[in-house]
Design a protein around this ligand. Structure first.
Ligand SMILES: *[C@@H]1O[C@H](CO)[C@@H](O)[C@H](O)[C@H]1NC(C)=O
Ligand SMILES: *[C@@H]1O[C@H](CO)[C@@H](O)[C@H](O)[C@H]1NC(C)=O
Ligand SMILES: *[C@@H]1O[C@H](CO)[C@@H](O)[C@H](O)[C@H]1NC(C)=O
Length: 768
């Protein structure tokens, strides 16, 4: 788990511009470039705190904003180390990294206020004082005028997939869907002119700031999620970090860091005048801001915490991490690295840290001699751990690495075309055997790779019917049963089996509307948020063994009014689900400890203990969990007891049969039937003349039509079929509407004593 805290800021005082710094942007790694009203273009090396002049722009160039050609797109066409410079005289300049003006574009009347490359670098959009919003080709040919608002447009941003453009004008924000004739979505955002907007390509959230001295968070349809209190001065700059979970807010002499719920993590008072622009580094660990008084503000995130079990690691300085054992406050270790830290992860007795050059792997048993290896690109953007491996994304490459620092596999990511979203912890997962990654360009597709070899698993992918927003993979149990869980854009939660050996049906829906899912790493329980409650699927795979048990094994942990709107699960540790509320407070919700205990017993095949625990707890959901586990593990003895306890008599009968079956062929057929493939099995039974069991199988599987057919054809067990049917309808709160059943209702008298006797009789008959 990671909590970002306050940014530590360093403000340069030397070599500063004479006059306002108008724009700033990142070249690569540790370097930024700024341009000011003094026409100087300066290069700042942040590692060594050096600043040098690159070029002097021609007199009369007064910039308003800068945007560098996107880094991902640069890999395809490496010549594009250029940026767009918007100027007050209505021109947009295409400038190289050495300060050469490649192209001058007459773009707007009055000042150009902003120009933004699309994420794939195929074009850009611009806006200006003239109220126009324009779209341009890569080389600066006008493609279209998207809007003419009549009032200055201060901010413009692309959506992550490049299909929409957000802009603001007056008190309103607009979202224009490209390639349609539809007019833009429009909403009133502020009580005053909107001065800045930022749109996260990751979370899809919008943040806006204005002359009313507030900033607000919106969803991608413009629905309000958060409104800040009023500040003393206008909000002049806003920027989402690359992960889309934090944004920076700039105002006069002030910078703030907020999470996606708007909650402010830190506030820093400055002596800089207004912040004119804010830009994050690609790895999200630093930001720079241009300041009206000629300074360049440079902040890096420190006080980042990660914790695992009783270990906690805190990044205290740019190159320093302190690790402590929470249980014994005494045991403290400090690790110093040679270069600036970019990512860190803690888990499974290891601390893994990446810097701008290397990756360090520390064992918690030995903090002195880490395994170290060099990073190819030095641009770690993701670090995930499972018990066996580290998953590292370095720039454009993905690696599976052992804790000894050996590269086990390199994964070739399909669909990593230039556009597309960054890879994040929400859309990537690793377990001992499998790596799962959502496609960057096509969010409907999820890729599966073998962790050992980096090769695709089976067909290598699952294509869902709509966009996937979250993916998780479970951690324990054999690789054969490995599951993924995913949440799609409709907030539907699905689970799927990784290894299906060629079968196509992979995903089954288990809940809605759900977001923010987490697997527990030691018992495969899955937690997710539904509105303000936490739901725990104590045994998600039960959906593959006995679908009817899914609801019964799902428990709801009510926030009891303590969890308010838009919370987030931050951790599922032991029996505690830690939820961060929208206001930032942490709420600890307790899952009854029996569930974890039961899963442990089952994992160790201690069925008697599991049954005892259920008897002790007397909880229906616990019995249902046992029934599901037992069915999945094919322990029919425990399943029979558990199903009896939750009054699923027809299943008990069926299981009873199963347990006593001596014919191995029949037994395996029954197992198949129990996992839902009932037709083959019934056929086998009727052929062998065992009508009772065929009827009971149909009943157990709720195949009412077949059960009735059999009973009518054989003129037997009609009361059993109709009795169970009625009970089933009653439980479901339904009335009989099936004409065939209504027609036969008067043929029988439902006497449960008689039915039970008959069942016992039949059981006795087949016992020998
Ligand atoms: C995962 O790998 C670790 C280390 O090799 C091993 O101890 C653990 O049992 C594995 N877990 C599973 C579920 O295979
Ligand atoms: C709500 O929070 C308060 C204070 O933390 C706690 O005393 C109370 O038990 C909580 N209520 C529920 C239902 O969790
Ligand atoms: C899962 O639960 C176990 C015990 O129930 C706990 O020790 C472990 O930390 C949990 N894992 C996660 C990732 O929360």
């Amino acid at each position: 788990m990671e909590t970002p805290m306050g940014p530590q800021s360093v403000v340069w005082r030397e070599n500063r511009h004479r006059g306002i710094v108008c724009a700033v942007g990142w070249t690569s790694g540790d370097e930024t470039v700024s341009v000011g009203d003094d026409q100087a273009m300066l290069r700042w090396s942040l590692g060594s705190s050096e600043c040098s002049a690159v070029a002097q722009m021609r007199p009369g160039v007064f910039p308003t904003a800068m945007h560098w050609f996107p880094r991902v797109a640069q890999r395809q066409t490496p010549v594009n180390d250029v940026f767009l410079l918007s100027c007050t005289d209505g021109k947009i300049l295409l400038v190289t990294a050495t300060g050469k003006v490649e192209k001058t574009i007459e773009a707007h009347k009055g000042a150009v206020l902003r120009a933004q490359w699309s994420y794939d670098g195929t074009g850009f959009v611009s806006c200006g004082e003239d109220g126009n919003v324009k779209m341009w080709s890569r080389n600066g040919m006008l493609r279209s005028v998207l809007a003419s608002t009549g009032r200055p447009v201060y901010g413009i941003e692309w959506s992550g997939d490049g299909s929409k453009v957000l802009y603001c004008s007056g008190e309103h924000c607009f979202i224009k869907v490209l390639k349609t004739q539809m007019s833009a979505i429009k909403w009133k955002a502020h009580e005053g002119v909107v001065l800045c907007v930022s749109w996260s390509s990751q979370s899809g959230l919008v943040v806006s700031g204005g002359e009313d001295c507030r900033y607000k968070v919106w969803d991608s349809l413009g629905r309000p999620l958060f409104t800040s209190g009023p500040h003393e001065y206008s909000i002049t700059a806003l920027s989402w970090n690359p992960d889309g979970d934090l944004f920076a807010v700039g105002s006069f002499n002030l910078i703030r860091l907020c999470d996606q719920h708007g909650w402010s993590h830190s506030l820093e008072k400055l002596q800089t005048g207004s912040l004119t622009n804010i830009a994050w580094s690609a790895d999200g660990t630093q930001l720079v801001a241009s300041c009206a008084n000629g300074h360049l503000l440079h902040s890096h995130l420190v006080d980042r915490h990660v914790w695992w079990s009783n270990l906690e690691a805190i990044q205290t300085k740019r190159r320093t991490i302190t690790v402590k054992d929470v249980k014994s406050e005494v045991a403290r270790e400090t690790v110093e690295l040679r270069d600036r830290i970019t990512k860190m992860a803690l888990g499974f007795e290891h601390l893994v840290v990446t810097t701008i050059r290397q990756c360090y792997i520390y064992s918690s048993k030995n903090w002195n001699t880490p395994s170290i290896f060099d990073l190819k690109e030095g641009a770690a953007i993701l670090l995930l751990l499972c018990e066996k491996f580290i998953l590292l994304v370095d720039g454009s490459s993905m690696f599976v690495v052992t804790f000894e620092g050996r590269v086990q596999a390199q994964i070739k990511l399909p669909g990593t075309v230039v556009s597309g979203e960054a890879i994040t912890t929400r859309t990537t997962g690793i377990s001992n055997d499998t790596v799962v990654v959502r496609d960057r360009a096509d969010p409907k597709t999820v890729h599966l790779f073998e962790a050992l070899t980096g090769k695709p698993v089976g067909s290598g992918k699952i294509v869902h019917q709509c966009d996937v927003v979250e993916v998780r993979i479970d951690q324990c149990g054999p690789a054969m049963g490995r599951k993924i869980a995913l949440v799609d854009a409709n907030a539907d939660l699905f689970v799927g089996i990784v290894n299906t050996f060629g079968e196509s049906q992979r995903l089954l829906k288990i809940g809605a509307p759900i977001h923010n899912i987490h697997f527990n790493s030691t018992n495969n329980m899955l937690a997710g948020l539904q509105d303000t409650s936490v739901l725990v699927w104590t045994f998600p795979s039960v959906v593959f063994a006995d679908k009817q048990l899914l609801q019964r094994t799902t428990i709801t942990v009510d926030g009891g009014g303590n969890v308010s709107k838009s919370p987030q699960i931050t951790n599922f540790h032991g029996n505690h689900v830690l939820v961060r509320r929208a206001d930032g407070a942490l709420v600890d919700l307790l899952v009854a400890p029996f569930f974890g205990g039961l899963v442990e017993f089952v994992a160790e095949s201690k069925w008697d203990k599991a049954i005892k625990l259920c008897r002790l707890a007397k909880d229906d959901a616990l019995w249902a969990l046992l029934a599901g586990c037992a069915a999945a593990e094919k322990n029919f003895y425990a399943a029979e007891i558990a199903y009896a306890a939750i009054s699923e008599a027809e299943k008990v009968v069926f299981l009873n049969e199963l347990r006593r079956e001596t014919n191995p062929q029949m037994k395996s057929a029954q197992m198949v039937a129990f996992s839902g493939k009932v037709l083959d099995f019934e056929g086998a039974l009727t052929r062998s003349g065992d009508i009772f069991r065929a009827v009971m199988t149909a009943v157990a599987m709720f195949q009412w039509d077949r059960a009735l057919d059999l009973a009518l054809r054989e003129r037997a067990f009609l009361d059993i079929v109709i009795g169970y049917r009625q009970r089933y309808l009653k439980e479901m709160g339904l009335c009989e509407t099936d004409k065939r059943f209504i027609a036969h209702l008067s043929d029988v008298e439902i006497d449960w004593n008689h039915i039970h006797e008959k069942i016992a009789e039949e059981n006795a008959k087949t016992r020998h």
